[in-house]
Design a protein around this ligand. Structure first.
Ligand code: ZN
Length: 319
């Protein structure tokens, strides 16, 4: 696939002021209110080149936002990858050794394997264990509408509806390559009240992604009673007061690459709706990959078409 040139509109913030933090974990800061309440975590840089989330955390710090109740933790996750960010080669700094967001099983976290990301995940795990609510801020390779990833459980979908933006909520099981932070422990357990959301804000380096990240974060904090509307009104962006008719996409399957060569038949960007069941969308070695039903939605087709990785997810509107 030819190398794509990206326009990098966003400027990575200086996060050095947040290195020390106050939790004993670098770049992780917890603010506690006198009043009891949930522990709410907002995480950025789970992928080191997805800088919109870091911009939002920087903005919350600068504005002096504090929780009205409970605890608010602001966490910069894969800082080592972020520190390698180079706007001339922005795709290079997603991670150092491996994807931080495929490590979140007890087997992997407690296992013997070592990597830069595992070292970091093992440190941050204490905060994730303590969290009642998590919002993980991400962005995408292609410029499509933002997507709230709510996992498979009703509790997360309900919270996504309470947050109210963006328009599209995607319910999915994640990746064969390993569980995400948002699926870890109680977040993925229907019997636990712990609830997590992951927002894909837009294309990694488009200005709009930072606006979406900002407004989703503010609405998430308001929905959970961490702050009031008045507390954060000065930070509001264009989607702060938006009330889209939210729609839910149920992901039915992830196409995971098992062959040597995988090619989409067209330069899909994501959210294309393929009208007819059985339409060929890709070739993997000699095999054709076909849509399993009518009105099939292609979700986040990847440019990293490597064995074991998710090439694309397939879904349909259920609400
Ligand atoms: Zn990401």
């Amino acid at each position: 696939m030819p190398e794509t040139t990206y326009t990098v509109e966003l400027i990575p913030p200086d996060i050095e002021p947040y290195r020390a933090g106050n939790t004993g974990i670098d770049y992780v800061t917890t603010f506690a209110a006198a009043a009891p309440g949930p522990h709410v975590v907002v995480a950025a840089l789970t992928h080191g080149n997805e800088i919109c989330g870091a911009i939002v955390l920087d903005s919350l710090f600068r504005a002096g936002i504090r929780p009205r109740q409970g605890k608010l933790t602001l966490a910069f996750n894969n800082v080592a990858a972020f520190q390698d960010f180079d706007p001339r080669m922005p795709i290079a700094s997603r991670y150092v050794d491996e994807d931080f967001n495929r490590l979140w099983s007890l087997e992997t976290l407690d296992g013997p394997r070592k990597s830069a990301e595992l070292t970091r995940a093992r440190k941050i795990r204490r905060i994730v264990d303590e969290a009642d609510y998590l919002l993980d801020l991400h962005s995408m390779q292609h410029a499509t509408a933002p997507l709230m990833l709510a996992g498979l459980l009703a509790k997360s979908r309900d919270l996504a509806l309470r947050v109210g933006i963006p328009e599209l909520i995607m319910c999915d099981a994640g990746h064969a390559a390993g569980p995400r932070m948002r699926d870890y422990g109680g977040f993925g357990d229907a019997n636990s009240p712990k609830t997590a959301l992951l927002i894909e804000c837009g294309q990694h380096w488009e200005r709009r992604a930072a606006g979406v990240a900002n407004d989703v974060t503010l609405r998430f904090l308001i929905a959970l009673g961490v702050v009031t509307r008045d507390d954060v009104a000065a930070l509001a962006g264009p989607d702060f007061d938006a009330h889209p008719n939210q729609r839910v996409i149920q992901v039915t399957e992830a196409v995971t690459i098992s062959g040597d060569r995988f090619d989409f038949i067209a330069p899909y960007r994501g959210l294309e709706i393929i009208p007819k069941k059985g339409t060929v969308i890709a070739h993997e070695d000699e095999r054709e990959i076909r849509t399993p039903y009518d009105e099939c939605i292609l979700i986040m087709p990847s440019r990293r078409l490597l064995r074991g990785q998710t090439a694309v997810r397939l879904g349909r509107f259920v609400a």
